[in-house]
Design a protein around this ligand. Structure first.
Ligand code: CU
Length: 123
């Protein structure tokens, strides 16, 4: 009877795991995991801007804008990279020294829209 008992507890463990997985998927909102340049970093003029998220994004509805601290929009062409968790931004021209704000919006497969912003400085 040891085998039956072991099987039962094994199944209970799987059931608990499935419940936890379901809960975490229900709460699966895109969070910014990392970015390049990083939030609050002071960097040499970047070639490109890249934001990594915790979930796969809907490419049509995910992207970011860049503005100077004074509020002037900076031309940037964004696209969700292969794999779906990274938004890459190509700059039309190198960023002059100064402060910049990245404002992102990201929609996940469950259609939840998340927004955020962070700043970095070009030396
Ligand atoms: Cu969600």
């Amino acid at each position: 009877m040891t085998t039956t008992k072991t099987t039962a507890s094994f199944l209970a463990t799987i059931a608990a795991g499935a419940l936890m997985l379901g809960a975490s998927q229900a709460a699966a909102h895109a969070k910014l995991v990392s970015a390049n340049p990083a939030p609050n970093a002071t960097v040499a003029a970047p070639q490109a801007i890249s934001l990594k998220f915790s979930e796969r994004l809907e490419p049509k509805f995910s992207g970011f804008e860049i503005a100077t601290t004074a509020g002037a929009a900076v031309p940037v062409k964004t696209a969700v990279a292969k794999g779906g968790q990274v938004i890459d931004g190509a700059l039309a021209a190198p960023l002059p020294p100064g402060g910049y704000k990245v404002t992102w919006h990201a929609v996940t497969a469950d259609a939840h829209r998340m927004n955020g912003a962070y700043s970095f400085t070009v030396r």
